[in-house]
Design a protein around this ligand. Sequence first.
Ligand SMILES: NC(=O)c1ccc[n+]([C@@H]2O[C@H](COP(=O)([O-])OP(=O)(O)OC[C@H]3O[C@@H](n4cnc5c(N)ncnc54)[C@H](OP(=O)(O)O)[C@@H]3O)[C@@H](O)[C@H]2O)c1
Ligand SMILES: [Zn+2]
Ligand SMILES: [Zn+2]
Length: 352
Amino acid sequence: MSTSKAYSAASATSPLASSTIARRDPTADDVEIEILFCGVCHSDLHQVRNEWNDVMPTVYPCVPGHEIVGRVSKVGPSVTKFNVGDLAAVGCMVDSDGTCPNCQAGLEQYCPNFTLTYNFPDKHLGGVTYGGYSDSIVVKEHFVLRVASNLDLAGAAPLLCAGITTYSPLRHWGVTKGKKVGVVGLGGLGHMGVKFAHALGAHTVVFTTSPNKKDDALRLGADEVVLSKDANEMAKHAGSFDFILDAVAAQHDINAYIALLTRDGNLTMVGAPDKPLPVSVFGLIMGRHSLSGSAIGGIAETQEMLDFCSEHNIVADVEVIPIQKINEAYERLLKSDVKYRFSIDMASLKAE
Ligand SMILES: NC(=O)c1ccc[n+]([C@@H]2O[C@H](COP(=O)([O-])OP(=O)(O)OC[C@H]3O[C@@H](n4cnc5c(N)ncnc54)[C@H](OP(=O)(O)O)[C@@H]3O)[C@@H](O)[C@H]2O)c1
Ligand SMILES: [Zn+2]
Ligand SMILES: [Zn+2]
């Protein structure tokens, strides 16, 4: 066992603070990674504050972080894909059973026995897993991804959650040239959704509550921007969308978006508000609309997404922060005041 520096929350109401955690020694098929950057996902905030108590209660201390990019520092003897010194990345999962139908289909994110990167029972050390707000992590090789060296690493980190969570449903629902696609909420996930929908050739429309994000939305690849609080602007798009990706982290009216779907159109939720959202069934019946959800992506698809990003030179737009600014960053995240993802420079942890 070794120790790592980390930032952890001691309770739902405590700020994140410097701490020391244990990491296992790499087993035969493990990769140890020195973490260089870790993105700040709204899921980190939900979990640190125990907002998902009903489905996934938080165990404290909680070390969040599942958008991890770093350099391999050790490998176990059975590891074949990584060498010491390679760039490597880890997303939301660190293990699964490998045998269930979902794992067999490469959809580890739907495995009933998966292990998430933090706040999940740790099979090796007991207690719970600790995430990427830390200087190192040890992960089974199958769950370690390759990052191409042409990508900016601070901007590449958010691809591991915000990237795959938007890429996967866009691909699953056949988003391509000729489709009209909406992205709701221009945050960490949303801005990646815009980049991908644009790169896939779709006519991309951003729905935002923030008038000051309009120019950015166009720069990020949107063809049109709609201020969702303006009923007239919304009405102009009624019945016209093939697909809408909803990446909003809080309560909002999804019926207003279901009304914008064309016949057989689909609204997929990736945003995960803590409370149920009311749905008007008539909005689904009329037009044979579908409402669905999607969780991150499998390991093979995450690698495919990273390779797609390397080829198209896509990374997240990030504001790089030292770990010491993390509590301030959470407050800004709640005010939708980030363009468009915080990425923690883990070198700042050395000062602790
Ligand atoms: N399904 C999955 O696998 C998965 C994976 C990762 C994250 N998530 C979830 O996805 C959600 C988004 O995560 P994120 O990191 O992208 O968060 P984020 O950066 O905070 O972005 C959320 C965006 O939603 C919009 N918004 C916020 N409050 C709103 C409100 N009251 N009404 C309407 N719009 C509002 C804002 O965009 P505008 O300013 O443009 O309106 C904001 O930028 C979170 O709930 C997170 O837990 C799910
Ligand atoms: Zn996330
Ligand atoms: Zn499985």
